[in-house]
Design a binder for this molecule. Structure first.
Ligand SMILES: Nc1ncnc2c1ncn2[C@@H]1O[C@H](COP(=O)(O)OP(=O)(O)OP(=O)(O)O)[C@@H](O)[C@H]1O
Ligand SMILES: [Mg+2]
Length: 341
């Protein structure tokens, strides 16, 4: 009846991430994947650009424009900017009639506070949703990865995103234990910036550092050396300078951080009840999130934990695909309604 009154309004699944936001439209699949970035006019408070376009402005905008990530460590840090961004993405994803109000299932980290949950719900509501259901990101990730979360077996999922690394064990439709640490892809970029500054007295931008990580970064030494040229500013002469970085030095610069993520995974395993731990030893664990794309990360985790490690097919889309599966599952929607009201 609702649909008739309000016009066609497809339900949406959203992964509102620190680094990227993805939107799934029921019946259509993933329709949007954009950086979680907003550029606002500081004076008027007006939104100037969103997503890819706003990302281009980071570090390049005039002083009255602020281009920034409105989420930090997986949660809403700037409410107005998050709301404006969500509204834009929701509008962009829908072929809704004007005034139609979709139902939204949206992922949140497991350690999110009550206030943070409310901020997400309010942002979604003010972006035009008629109902907003929150799902824990590891649950969405496990569903998106195709793990049998309903069965009485231990499933382990590790999501390394931009802001957070979440390690969770799931069984019988619920999260048995979860650990979330605010170290992930962004910190890797910062480690590369620090390495270049300390070693070469040169300042590179965060986006350059990210490009280095994606191109030649790895968690384990590579079989063959690779290099990449970067441009930055010489801190002594104050002038632009070009430098060639090697995969070996980047692997070493990332090692401390990667080891912390591995320690979090080991702690997650140690926290598992014995029966579930035994299941995981046999069945392996699943890694996902953009950080899981760091080369050889799966090999390192497997070597350090002694269990098989599988990476999801498309780690950047696993959570949003899971929110899409929740949308299609009436029983799960009911569970979420009861739990987060
Ligand atoms: N090929 C790659 N190698 C290494 N890191 C990568 C690669 N591709 C993407 N990343 C990193 O993945 C991170 C983004 O992943 P993702 O989109 O899963 O995060 P998010 O969901 O936005 O963040 P969070 O879940 O922490 O809120 C970024 O730090 C990005 O640099
Ligand atoms: Mg994420």
């Amino acid at each position: 009846m609702n649909r008739i009154r309000m016009g066609f309004s497809p339900d949406l699944g959203i992964d509102l991430g620190t680094a990227n936001t993805e939107v799934f439209v029921k019946g259509r699949g993933v329709v949007l994947q954009e950086p979680s970035v907003v550029a606002m006019d500081q004076g008027t408070g007006e939104m100037i650009a969103v997503g890819h376009q706003a990302q281009q402005m980071i570090g390049r905008a005039p002083s009255h424009v602020q281009a920034a990530h409105p989420l930090k460590d997986g949660v809403v840090a700037h409410f107005d900017a998050t709301r404006a961004m969500l509204k834009h993405f929701i509008n962009q994803s829908g072929h809704h009639r004007p005034g139609s109000r979709p139902r939204v299932v949206i992922g949140v980290p497991t350690d999110v506070t009550g206030v943070e949950k409310l901020a997400v719900k309010e942002a979604v509501a003010s972006a035009g949703a008629r109902e907003c259901l929150l799902v824990e990101e590891p649950m969405a990730a496990a569903l998106g990865a195709g793990l049998p979360v309903r069965e009485p077996v231990g499933n382990m999922i590790v999501d390394v995103g931009g802001g957070t690394c979440e390690v969770a064990i799931l069984s019988l439709d619920g999260i048995v234990s979860a650990t979330s640490r605010r170290i992930a892809g962004n910190e890797m970029d910062e480690a590369i910036v620090r390495h270049v500054r300390r070693t070469y007295n040169m300042m590179i931008g965060q986006r350059t550092a990210e490009a280095v990580k994606v191109a030649i970064g790895s968690a384990f030494p590579l079989d063959q050396e690779e290099t990449m040229e970067v441009r930055g500013r010489d801190l002594v002469a104050g002038l632009p300078k070009t430098l060639t970085l090697t995969a070996t030095e980047i692997q070493q610069a990332l090692a401390g951080l990667v080891n912390k993520i591995v320690a979090t995974i080991r702690a997650g395993l140690e926290a598992a009840p014995p029966e579930l731990a035994a299941d995981i030893m046999d069945r392996g664990l699943v890694i996902t999130g953009g950080g899981a794309l760091l080369r050889n990360f799966d090999r390192l985790v497997s070597a350090e934990t002694g269990i098989p490690v599988f990476r999801t097919v498309d780690p950047l889309l696993t959570v949003v695909q899971g929110t899409g599966l929740v949308l299609e599952d009436h029983r799960h929607l009911e569970v979420l309604r009861r739990r987060f009201r």
